[in-house]
Design a protein around this ligand. Structure first.
Ligand code: HEC
Ligand code: HEC
Length: 291
């Protein structure tokens, strides 16, 4: 079970300084590579954060984070990048660079990172983001050249204009787990980010219906439509009992016994999440109104 330990708190306040300074050449010394913090990060990366769902070739928990899976967003196709510390990965990035990809959607070279895949994670707590970073940076570097996408200047200044997001600054504290429903809401929206697939992205004209599905999700050349997972009795999960949700998180099976395709919905990762986190998410998911 993840709990706030001293390394996490120390990590959190250091990160606060990193974020506040916001500079690549921040004078702040690197985080101590605490094995306990890395372990907490592993629980997130191979559980609700599901980093390897996109950043590994096979999309399985524990597979090397060398990138290469093909996916799509509003700009078209993209290959998930290698996020190991290899030369062909993020080996030259500072800790501040890693944090800014999440908090501000920018890379060290100033280009924007598509908000489609991590959306919601900009509000991840400092403690959780610090743990994730410590874990990712503890992994062995694996060289694997993944071609970066080149967005045309026209798209960058049109689509990109609407995509650019203000940087989230300052300390983001960890919610106590005793606030079960709120903690579940945090996990759903900012760690697992279910809505990054299960809500249509908001546009200038369309306003998204939270978790109501309808978005086409593509991986490796195949497409599925993300279903409605609100509490709607007909098109959503209104009939689901707590037990149905538990079975879904454990095995990826729906109430009517269908196996959800793990190449699209990261259910193999969710099966590794701590039971307490799953319970917190269920208490929040059951409150999502149909409309
Ligand atoms: C739904 C798929 C998806 C998930 C899940 C995901 N990512 Fe990503 N990530 C991407 C894609 C695609 C990009 C490239 C976006 C771009 O360049 O516009 C990216 C970019 C990155 C980058 C910047 C790398 C670079 O070279 O530009 C880092 C670091 C990163 N992700 C870390 C993570 C971590 C850590 C997790 C787990 C918490 C994670 N990602 C989860 C799809 C995903
Ligand atoms: C990377 C995109 C993605 C993410 C993130 C994601 N899902 Fe899914 N989910 C899908 C897709 C696509 C399907 C349809 C898969 C299929 O056709 O088998 C799906 C199916 C489901 C289903 C089956 C519903 C039904 O009636 O068939 C449930 C329940 C579900 N997801 C819940 C969640 C929850 C809860 C989260 C967050 C903890 C989540 N998903 C995160 C893409 C995603």
């Amino acid at each position: 079970m993840r709990s706030l330990t001293w390394p996490a708190i120390a990590g959190a306040s250091l990160l606060g300084v990193l974020v506040a300074c916001g500079g690549v050449d921040s004078p702040v010394p690197p985080l101590p590579a605490s094995p306990e913090l890395a372990r907490q990060g592993q629980v997130l990366a191979e559980g609700l954060g599901a980093c390897g769902h996109c950043h590994s070739m096979t999309g399985e928990p524990g597979a090397p984070l060398t990138g290469g899976r093909q996916m799509e967003d509003q700009y078209g196709e993209i290959l998930a990048p290698n996020i190991t510390l290899a030369r062909s990965g993020i080996g030259t990035w500072s800790e501040g660079d890693f944090i800014r990809v999440f908090r501000a959607y920018v890379k060290p070279n100033g280009s924007i990172v598509s908000p489609a895949f991590h959306s919601g994670a900009q509000w991840m707590s400092d403690a959780d983001l610090g743990a994730l970073m410590t874990y990712v940076r503890s992994l062995p570097p694996v060289e694997s050249e993944v071609p970066a996408r080149d967005i045309s200047w026209l798209d960058r200044y049109t689509v990109g204009f609407f995509d650019s997001k203000p940087e989230v600054k300052g300390l983001i504290p960890q919610l106590p787990q005793s606030f079960r429903q709120e903690y579940g809401e945090y996990l759903v929206n900012h760690v697992a980010r279910c809505s990054s697939c299960h809500s249509k992205p908001e546009g200038i004209i369309v306003s998204s219906r939270y978790m109501a599905g309808g978005e086409e999700i593509s991986f490796d050349g195949e497409t599925r439509v993300a279903p409605n997972i609100t509490h709607d009795a007909e098109s959503g999960l209104g009939e689901w009992t707590e037990e149905d949700y538990r079975a879904f998180f454990a095995s990826g099976k729906t109430r009517d016994g269908r196996q959800v395709d793990p190449r699209f919905c990261p259910v193999r990762f969710y099966g590794r999440a701590p039971a307490q986190d799953v319970e917190a998410m269920i208490s929040f998911l059951r409150t999502i109104p149909a409309d």
